[in-house]
Design a protein around this ligand. Structure first.
Ligand SMILES: [Fe+2]
Ligand SMILES: [Fe+2]
Length: 163
């Protein structure tokens, strides 16, 4: 049985995951406008993944006989100051999401809600992976982002993401 507090925090997390999808989708559109098709496609897959995360929580709530409350998704906002700034924004955003997941875990711990703790473990691991992947892209962009040939090759490499 999921408590009211856990229900609320998980519903908020659904909204945050869907917002992440919205944010990355708007970035994907922008990258496409710039002709960075590989980066754009990569970001679109990232957006899909976020929607999947939201759906995972949605299913969990339903499986636990708890209520789903879909709240309004706010308009995505990001300032575009180059490709590096986009990925830095993604990294900052992911760090906020990690904190948010940790808050869910903390709450579940306080309530000795082992089922939710077990459920949220997957998200904790996922966050480690996501942060690592994005940090790596940032590092490489910082290293040779100004170099057009390198950027072209990286765009090509990112276009290979298929899920
Ligand atoms: Fe996510
Ligand atoms: Fe994410």
């Amino acid at each position: 049985m999921i408590s009211e507090a856990i229900n609320e925090i998980l519903n908020e997390q659904i909204n945050k995951e869907f917002y992440s999808g919205y944010l990355y989708l708007s970035m994907s559109a922008h990258l496409k406008e710039l002709g960075l098709n590989g980066f754009s496609s990569w970001m679109k897959y990232q957006a899909k993944e976020e929607v999947e995360h939201g759906l995972k929580i949605f299913d969990y709530l339903i499986d636990c006989n708890s209520f789903v409350t879909l709240k309004q998704i706010r308009m995505p906002e990001f300032e575009f100051q180059g490709i590096l700034s986009i990925f830095k924004t993604v990294y900052d955003h992911e760090q906020c999401i990690t904190k948010s997941i940790m808050t869910v875990a903390k709450k579940a711990e306080e309530e000795c809600d082992r089922t939710t703790l077990n459920f949220v473990d997957w998200f904790i691991e996922e966050q480690v992976q996501e942060e690592e992947v994005i940090k790596n892209i940032i590092k490489r962009l910082e290293l040779f982002g100004e170099d057009k040939v390198a950027l072209y090759l990286m765009d090509k490499e990112l276009s290979e993401r298929a899920e």
